[in-house]
Design a binder for this molecule. Sequence first.
Ligand code: SAM
Length: 298
Amino acid sequence: MTRTDGDTWDLATSVGSTATGVAAMRALATKQPDPLIDDPYADALVKAVGLEHCIALADGETCVEGDPMLDLNRMCEQIAVRTRYFDELFIAAGADGVRQAVILASGLDTRAYRLDWPAGTVVFEVDQPQVIEFKTRTLADLGAQPTAERRTVAVDLRDDWPAALRDAGFDPAEPTAWIAEGLLIYLPAEAQDRLLDNITALSAPGSRLATEHMDHRILAEGAGKRIGEWSRRVGSSLDIADLFYTGERNTAGDYLRGLGWQVTVRPSKEAYADHGFELPEEMAELSGDSGYLSAHLK
Ligand code: SAM
């Protein structure tokens, strides 16, 4: 564990570099002949960060022969399933009249620039200051225009982010669509509970939330170690598992149910099947009961 309370980063270091890694997968998936996702800014963002192994991945030049889990086609499928799951939460919420969205741990997420938001939608992006500043500046330099009213909230999600969100104009009386994609494993157990408490306190009836459903038992049993080995094999100088907070924690789904949310879990196998893919056997073994979770506050 290389993490400390109050640690900070940019997009090339520590937890920030994981956002660049995920964006590299989106860039690669976007470049496929019949792409399953279209993130037109991912490639330029990854190149602007400048991490060599992420650029190689975005360009499909990562050499990972002999490890089926690092097959580039599989990576494209994996990121497409994930991206589309979270896209869908926003699309469905918008169709139901929700006009306030919050992207927690926004990293290099470009949904505020690439989704077709209904008129009048305000999208808040929350992440650490250096992450927010870099993406905002790089996309402005590229001439990218948000497709909704985008507001940034530069704050640590272990701190008093609700106050910062309100200061940015968030209205807790309005229903909100929240996503926390690729975040929970980077938070200590009690910070995850506090995050879900805060989301709930800020959520008017009709709000939705999507995040990962993690099988922590599997992570503790060695999946984290395997994920760390892969990060090394694709050329990262970090063992990504060192950034995780493993160990006992509440599952997000159980905790949210206790707070009054109606929770639906989509196991990875079914999320893959939704797009006509088969979850690779090795990944099924590693992910256990993991998948995606959406929750609705009636
Ligand atoms: N959601 C983005 C995506 O899926 O492309 C980024 C995911 S990346 C794996 C993890 C993100 O969580 C990074 O952008 C990182 O800065 C953010 N993050 C993790 N812990 C955080 C914290 N305590 N405060 C603010 N942001 C945090």
